[in-house]
Design a protein around this ligand. Structure first.
Ligand SMILES: Cc1cc2nc3c(=O)[nH]c(=O)nc-3n(C[C@H](O)[C@H](O)[C@H](O)COP(=O)(O)OP(=O)(O)OC[C@H]3O[C@@H](n4cnc5c(N)ncnc54)[C@H](O)[C@@H]3O)c2cc1C
Length: 470
């Protein structure tokens, strides 16, 4: 029954049939497009535009301007993101990018742990090329032209590493174009400036506090999405006394108050740690690695000495939507829009958004109303699910400070066996959170059913767990 429900409600990749019957009546042939930011969203948009150039016989001049540098580690690629990359962009993930395939997940709270099976494996990657391995974001950027007709290759110019530091609106340039000024100094001593018919911003959250984006917000009325604190670091576990999670992903819920932590295996003796809800300090990490339940899975002394970059990077993830993220002749993509599924699967949201924006530009137009109807409206499909997702997250944050509830929850989850150890509703809910395959609403229903089931079938055990002194 649980398996059947999971299968029925699995989220599938969108089909590439958007406006296929329309005539390309949008952005005029020969237009110049500048994409600022070559992360996942910017690169995906560039590829989609080139695909449409070939299909509709357009000759756009596309500049992709990207500042390099570390772009965090993260890097769990879900099956939905992979399918979307495949169906909408005709690409797969490069073999050399995958550091590990994750097929099991250990859930840990302060009272115990249980293991869940994951149906279709997820790919553990790096985002930026560091530590001698190519990252997912870099890989996609270098493969933008892969498999595309050679005729469109000259239409793309990647300008990197280059920082865009000013965006001048059409009302100031006087020629109806946005002017993009970069850090490159030209022969005449002036900064390089490119005038464009369409400006695409995909600079991610690290750009939020930079002057360029602040000025842009003042001019256009762009309001960034609400964000939640998070952090990320890489841990070398090679010298662990004991390591039982080398192949599994791990979710550690509430052991550090206010934080949901994910550990993602990247190779033997190598884990990426990401936290949601709190920016972790080295003190938090020490506390986690001293916790008796966690120690049963991984025993590593002085974790602060084993961070591959000697630091824990602060990061942000969106918890809702941005306002005014498009206008006449400009549009934003990726994280800056706040559209995608909250708390998971940013790659999927970026791929889908870039696809919709490219199709809107080519088939409909680049004015505010075009974006509103053909880009924003389809993205609004995320909104209700995301409200439920945030509700679940906030509710969980409250509950996991209550020890009797943690014991009850753990006992209920541990009592679920199921056929082939697939588990019952609680396993399905945790699997849904980990893999992103089912909607948040169903995840919530699974949690409630799992807890009620335990309460009804094991009332005495439940009472004992609740009563057990801490
Ligand atoms: C810690 C962390 C872990 C994550 N883990 C996962 C995960 O496991 N799976 C998943 O699906 N999603 C994950 N996400 C979310 C996912 O990474 C993002 O949703 C996705 O990368 C968004 O891509 P983007 O292109 O919008 O922005 P980014 O990836 O941030 O790219 C922005 C790019 O713009 C460039 N740039 C910025 N300013 C300028 C400028 N002024 N001039 C030129 N270039 C500029 C930057 O160098 C960068 O290359 C994670 C996010 C975080 C913060």
């Amino acid at each position: 029954m649980i398996r059947w429900l999971e299968r029925q409600f699995t989220c599938h990749a969108p089909v590439d049939d958007f406006l296929v019957s329309e005539k390309a009546a949008g952005l005029a042939d020969g237009s110049t497009i500048v994409i600022v930011g070559g992360g996942l969203a910017g690169s995906a948009f560039a590829r989609q535009m080139l695909m449409l150039c070939h299909k509709e016989k357009k000759r756009y001049q596309i500049y992709l301007i990207n500042s390099t540098g570390c772009n965090y580690c993260g890097g769990l690629v879900t099956d939905l993101a992979l399918q979307t990359l495949n169906t909408l962009y005709g690409q797969g993930i490069a073999e050399d990018v995958v550091l590990k395939k994750v097929q099991t997940c250990v859930y840990i709270n302060s009272e115990g742990s249980f293991k869940i099976r994951i149906g279709i494996p997820m790919m553990a990657t790096l985002r930026t090329s560091r530590f001698g391995f190519i990252g997912m974001d870099d890989s996609l950027k270098t493969r933008i032209l892969e498999g595309l007709d050679e005729e469109v290759w000259p239409y793309l110019k990647i300008v990197e590493p280059t920082l865009v530091n000013k965006l001048t609106p059409p009302q100031e340039t006087g020629n109806g174009c946005w002017r993009v000024t970069t850090s490159i100094i030209m022969e005449d001593g002036q900064h390089q400036a490119i005038d464009c018919d369409l400006l695409v911003l995909a600079t991610g959250f690290r750009s939020l506090n930079r002057p360029m984006l602040k000025e842009f917000s003042q001019v256009t009325g762009y309001v960034p999405p609400p964000v939640m604190e998070s952090s990320v670091t890489e841990i070398d576990t090679g010298s662990a006394r004991f390591n039982n999670i080398g192949k599994d992903m791990c979710i550690i819920d509430g052991v550090i108050p206010g934080a949901v932590i994910a550990l993602i295996p990247k190779g033997s003796g190598w884990l990426t740690l990401t936290s949601l809800g709190k920016k972790l300090t080295k003190g938090d990490l020490e506390q986690l690695f001293r916790h008796p339940v966690f120690k049963q899975h991984l025993d590593l002394d002085d974790v602060g000495e084993h961070l591959r970059c000697h630091t824990i990077c602060p990061a942000a993830i969106f918890t809702g939507e941005a306002d005014n993220f498009y206008g006449d002749g400009w549009v934003m993509l990726g994280d800056l829009t706040g559209y995608g599924r909250v708390l998971k699967d940013g790659y999927f949201g970026s791929f889908l958004g870039a696809y919709l924006a490219a199709h809107t530009a080519v088939y409909r137009g680049i004015m505010r109303e075009d974006w509103r109807v053909h880009y924003h409206r389809p993205l609004r499909g995320f909104e209700i699910g995301n409200r439920v997702g945030m509700l679940l997250f906030n509710f969980n944050q409250k509950l996991n400070g209550i020890s009797w509830f943690n014991r009850f929850f753990m006992a209920a989850a541990q009592s679920e066996g199921g056929r082939d150890n697939w588990g019952g509703p609680i396993h399905a809910a945790v699997r849904g959170i980990t893999t992103g395959t089912i909607p948040y609403l169903l995840i919530g229903v699974f949690f409630i059913c799992g807890l009620l089931r335990h309460l009804v079938f094991h009332p005495i055990k439940t009472w004992q767990h609740i009563r057990k002194p801490t």
